[in-house]
Design a protein around this ligand. Structure first.
Ligand SMILES: [Zn+2]
Length: 324
């Protein structure tokens, strides 16, 4: 504990004050070797950072050493390959939304923590729906004319105007960074139309890659991830925040190999602040060699997707397929 850290008083999922130290994890994708304490809630089992960076000190962990923050430009001359990978991911996310909601030009969609809003752009191009994105940083869309049809806001969930009511809300790897996930989900509940659908994707604490890489597991992103959810603890959090879970424990859209490679590279040591171009050949070779292994179902749940609704919807696909 020092001036730049704070203690968490209650479990982020269920609010219990009964939790015990579980393990420490050192800062990842960061030059320091600071240790942070994860605890386990004795009531719901959530694993969360019980000593974490103060919000005002977080900036020091979102620098050039943090790979997701740098996007494809981190990969130098291989940026085009990485961009293609992002496009495949965007299409997978569009398909995930299509699976659970019927979209039209009348639909209103919000993506929280949109970063570079390429997913929203893909969704808008395919369905002409009204797309909104919000992020703490405008870096993802500043100076990019291609995102003009989108409504993009700078800020956090509490900056979303309540008069905007959405049919679909998505959060792709946002909630695990959130310091007040229950507050965020409650706010989103207030911005949701009756029958609205929520898709949340986060790393899965039950991941097989965590069992392989232990403290080096890339799903920790220490100290940026405030909690590491299982399908059960994520459901507890959602239900407590005004959402009804209709599907949980679905494979995430982010494939298992990325998490595997990040973990492997973290264990071997990397200069995360340098150009990633030096690592691209091994990244590509690994993706080919491990493809048969990563195709096994056990790996598909290393990232997880959950689908929730606010009330009984009319006409949503999920209502018919799940039969609730
Ligand atoms: Zn708990």
């Amino acid at each position: 504990m020092n001036d730049s850290t704070e203690k968490v008083e209650a479990c982020l999922a269920c609010g219990s004050r009964r939790f015990r130290p579980a393990f420490t994890s050192t800062a990842q994708m960061h030059p320091s070797k600071e240790a942070f304490l994860f605890s386990r809630c004795e009531d719901c089992g959530l694993i969360f950072l019980s000593t974490r960076a103060r919000p005002e000190a977080l900036g020091q962990y979102y620098t050039e050493h943090y790979l997701p923050y740098r996007g494809d430009r981190a990969w130098g001359r291989y940026a085009g390959f990485v961009r293609q990978g992002q496009q495949r991911l965007d299409r997978a996310r569009v398909r995930a939304v299509e699976r659970y909601a019927t979209l039209s030009s009348q639909s209103k969609v919000l993506d929280v923590g949109c970063g570079k809003p390429s997913f929203l752009k893909s969704l808008h191009e395919k369905h002409a729906c009204e797309c909104w994105g919000i992020d703490f940083s405008v870096e993802g869309w500043r100076g990019e004319a291609g995102f003009d049809p989108l409504h993009l806001l700078e800020g956090g969930p509490h900056d979303i105007p309540l008069e905007q009511q959405f049919d679909v809300i998505t959060m792709w790897h946002y909630l695990e960074h959130d310091y007040d996930p229950a507050g965020t989900l409650s706010r989103l509940r207030a911005c949701a139309r009756p029958g609205a659908i929520l898709l949340v994707e986060v790393p899965n604490f039950n991941a097989w890659s965590r069992r392989v890489f232990c403290r080096h597991w890339g799903g920790f992103h220490t100290p940026r991830h405030t909690a590491i959810y299982t399908p059960q603890t994520l459901s507890i959090l959602l239900e407590r925040s005004g959402w009804r879970v209709v599907r949980k424990g679905l494979p995430g859209t982010l494939g298992p190999y990325i998490l595997w490679w990040l973990s492997w590279r973290e264990r071997r040591g990397a200069n995360w602040g340098a150009s990633m171009a030096r690592y691209f050949p091994e990244f590509l070779a690994g993706s080919i060699l491990l493809a048969p292994v990563m195709a096994l179902r056990r790996w598909s749940l290393d990232t997880q997707l959950v689908v929730a609704v606010v009330s009984r919807p009319v006409g949503h696909k999920v209502g018919r397929s799940v039969g609730w």
